[in-house]
Design a protein around this ligand. Structure first.
Ligand code: HEM
Length: 144
């Protein structure tokens, strides 16, 4: 189960990055295009929301089954930067990113017909993307 889940979590990262990038880029284009936010734009926001939500669920399960997750928690492990990344920084930062994306999408979907939906997605997905990129374990991913 562990190996399969780790592969799933690893491959899902491509979809997460692609989806969030497309949603973010589309929101920026809409924002600078100065046009109203439509239902089609809301659906573009889903491209970032859906994979990050799935990834969150896989990540939480992985946290309990991985030897690098909760079972590795100790004072000594917290002193090691790589162990600390997996035990604390990666999960916490990714959860914050998922929350920001959820807020960005929920606000935007109430703004159909106005210009504000783009701003909500552009700002919150943008911050979330920066957070995700800052705490991906780059020494292990994408691997070879
Ligand atoms: C947007 C959300 C997330 C992204 C993009 C992401 C991405 C990644 C990537 C790329 C890896 C390295 C995979 C590999 O070694 O091939 C990883 C590992 C890991 N992630 Fe996530 N993750 C996310 C959310 C989470 C969450 C919310 C948790 C836990 C609450 C979590 C727990 C873990 C754990 C424990 C590992 C280490 C697994 C191992 O090597 O045994 N992740 N994650």
């Amino acid at each position: 189960m562990y190996t399969g889940l780790l592969h799933l979590h690893s491959y899902m990262t491509y979809l997460v990055l692609l989806g969030v990038l497309i949603s973010f880029g589309a929101a920026l284009a809409g924002l600078f295009g100065n046009r109203p936010f439509t239902d089609k734009d809301r659906k573009l926001g889903l491209l970032g929301l859906i994979p990050t939500h799935l990834q969150w669920v896989f990540g939480v399960i992985l946290y309990f089954v991985s030897p690098r997750g909760l079972s590795n928690f100790s004072g000594e492990a917290m002193g090691d930067s790589v162990s600390r990344l997996y035990i604390l920084e990666h999960p916490l930062t990714m959860i914050i990113a998922v929350v920001l994306i959820t807020i960005g999408y929920s606000r935007a979907k109430r703004q159909i017909g106005t210009g504000k939906g783009f701003k909500s997605i552009a700002i919150l997905y943008g911050i979330a993307l920066a957070l995700i990129l800052s705490r991906i374990p780059w020494m292990a991913w994408p691997g070879n």
